[in-house]
Design a binder for this molecule. Structure first.
Ligand code: FES
Length: 113
């Protein structure tokens, strides 16, 4: 069954969490920006050139976020705070596959532009 809404939780480095509930479709970044999730800057708004939509997927949810393109991996490799479960949230499709997923916001966003 396809969810009518998708619930996602973002937690910052202080442990403060923000849960959003959003219709599937579009990207995780777009939903986060619409809900004003602190720490998601998304300076290029999905053009894929800034890196300021960086998030860490919690390990149990990493696979559900889908595969990374070579280009996304190259962007992540260039980010100083990148970790093994890093993703660019503009490249994650907001679908029922990630309903209930949890993401960590990096200590800061670093723009690659
Ligand atoms: S919003 Fe700029 S790379 Fe994702």
């Amino acid at each position: 069954m396809i969810a009518n809404v998708v619930s996602i939780t973002f937690t910052d480095q202080l442990g403060d969490s923000t849960e959003i509930v959003h219709q599937p479709g579009g990207s995780l970044m777009e939903a986060a920006v619409e809900h004003e999730v602190p720490g998601i800057e998304a300076q290029c708004y999905g053009a894929g050139v800034c890196g300021t939509c960086h998030v860490y997927a919690e390990p149990d949810w990493f696979e559900a976020t889908g595969s990374k393109s070579d280009w996304e991996q190259a962007m992540l490799d260039a980010l100083p705070l990148s970790r093994p479960h890093s993703r660019l949230s503009c490249q994650i499709v907001l679908s029922d596959r990630i309903d209930g997923a949890r993401f960590i916001i990096p200590e800061r966003q670093e723009s690659l532009e």
